[in-house]
Ligand binder design. Structure first.
Ligand SMILES: Nc1ncnc2c1ncn2[C@@H]1O[C@H](COP(=O)(O)OP(=O)(O)OP(=O)(O)O)[C@@H](O)[C@H]1O
Length: 347
């Protein structure tokens, strides 16, 4: 199995540059998510990997093999990549088995081998008993599983997913996430998965590329992204928490309680040149004491397992905290901040 490499990849549509100098090195067998808001360029990257779009400059390599550059373009059918789209793209007049076997027909794989591969692929997605049904006789989740089975029947090294859960309801999405996890474990294929849903990316991928306006903002594990986001845009995009303006502080470091309280309290408009991220679970409610920060409750919302409490600091900035108990709006309290992460400013 080979590494998938994007080296200085740029993509331009007439005057508009939509991907800017993208560099990624994707380990064989890893599950990678391309995550970002609508229009950031995720699908364009996937389409270039699939071979539907040439690169404008730079290079895409699979191991030693150049798939795409200004001089060269290996067509889609010669890449042996599996693909799963949001719309399933099944043939309505073909049975499940015929749909799954379609890529084998193109590759001229016939007879017993064809039958065995279809059977194996259907067994991975637990649809062996549905082989003779038509797509119209299946639920949305089952159709997506047929599309999954079809993507792996040719035993590809790489499978590309373009928002495959976008058309499914919330309950089915959770079930399908489990199917994708099992699929990845069983096939050991490299997966590149496009989504704008951060919780989907965080729960499935072992590495995430976060994109914003065609630019790679951070390439990291889900834990790294959550704990140490690079800049204020990313901190607002990933997970829940509060980005506070504070006095100047060196970015990309943790700030612990004593220093943290100092810089939060020192704020005045001219000194506030840096930003920090405080996650709700790093805020503790405490008894009044000289080291604590005083806050006022602005809102308190019941969320089932806890309450979301919006607190206001003395300088008027808002802080999201969690509480096991309801808190009265307008009431005054004291908090201890355990830690914060210092952010780079957006460019
Ligand atoms: N064929 C094309 N011609 C011109 N512009 C295009 C073309 N395809 C995409 N774009 C532009 O490239 C940018 C990135 O589009 P892309 O579809 O890759 O974004 P995305 O992150 O996948 O968005 P979404 O989540 O909404 O699907 C957008 O500004 C889009 O308008």
């Amino acid at each position: 199995m080979a590494r998938l490499i994007l080296h200085n990849v740029c993509k331009q549509f007439s005057e508009q540059r939509v991907i800017n100098n993208l560099n990624l090195s994707i380990e064989p067998g890893s599950f990678v998510a391309l995550l970002g808001p609508s229009g950031c360029g995720k699908s364009t990257i996937l389409r270039m990997l699939a071979g539907f779009e040439p690169v404008s400059s730079g290079e895409i390599r699979h191991g030693e093999r150049c798939l795409s550059s200004e001089q060269q373009h290996v067509p889609t059918e010669a890449r042996n990549f599996g693909m799963v789209f949001q719309s399933y793209a099944l043939w309505p007049h073909m049975t499940v088995a015929e749909n799954v076997g379609y890529p084998l027909k193109i590759k001229k794989i016939k007879g017993v081998e064809k039958e065995q591969r279809i059977k194996d692929a259907l067994s991975v997605v637990e649809l062996e008993d549905y082989a003779n049904r038509l797509p119209s006789q299946l639920s949305g989740g089952q159709r997506q599983r047929v599309a999954l089975a079809r993507s792996l029947v040719t035993e590809p090294d790489v499978v590309l997913f373009d928002e495959p859960l976008a058309n499914l309801d919330r309950h089915l999405r959770a079930t399908m996430e489990a199917t994708f996890r099992a699929f990845h474990k069983r096939t050991k294929a490299t997966i590149v998965y496009v989504t704008h849903d951060q919780s989907e990316a965080m729960s499935l991928a072992d590495h995430i590329a976060v994109l914003h306006k065609g630019q790679l903002v951070q390439w990291a594990t889900p834990e790294e992204l959550y704990n140490t986001p690079k800049n204020t845009w990313l901190a607002n995009f990933i997970g829940r928490g509060s980005v506070l303006k504070v006095a100047a502080i060196e970015p990309l470091q943790y700030v612990k309680t004593d220093t943290l309280h100092q810089i939060v309290q020192m704020v005045n408009a001219s000194a506030a040149t840096s930003s920090i991220l405080i996650r709700p679970h790093d805020i503790q409610f405490v008894e009044e004491n000289v080291d604590a920060l005083s806050v006022q409750v602005r809102t308190c919302i019941f969320r089932g397992e806890r309450y979301d409490v919006e607190l206001i600091l003395n300088d008027g900035q808002a802080l999201l905290a969690y509480s096991e108990y309801p808190m009265i709006e307008g009431s005054k309290h004291y908090v201890r901040l355990i830690q914060a992460w210092a952010l780079e400013e957006d460019v």
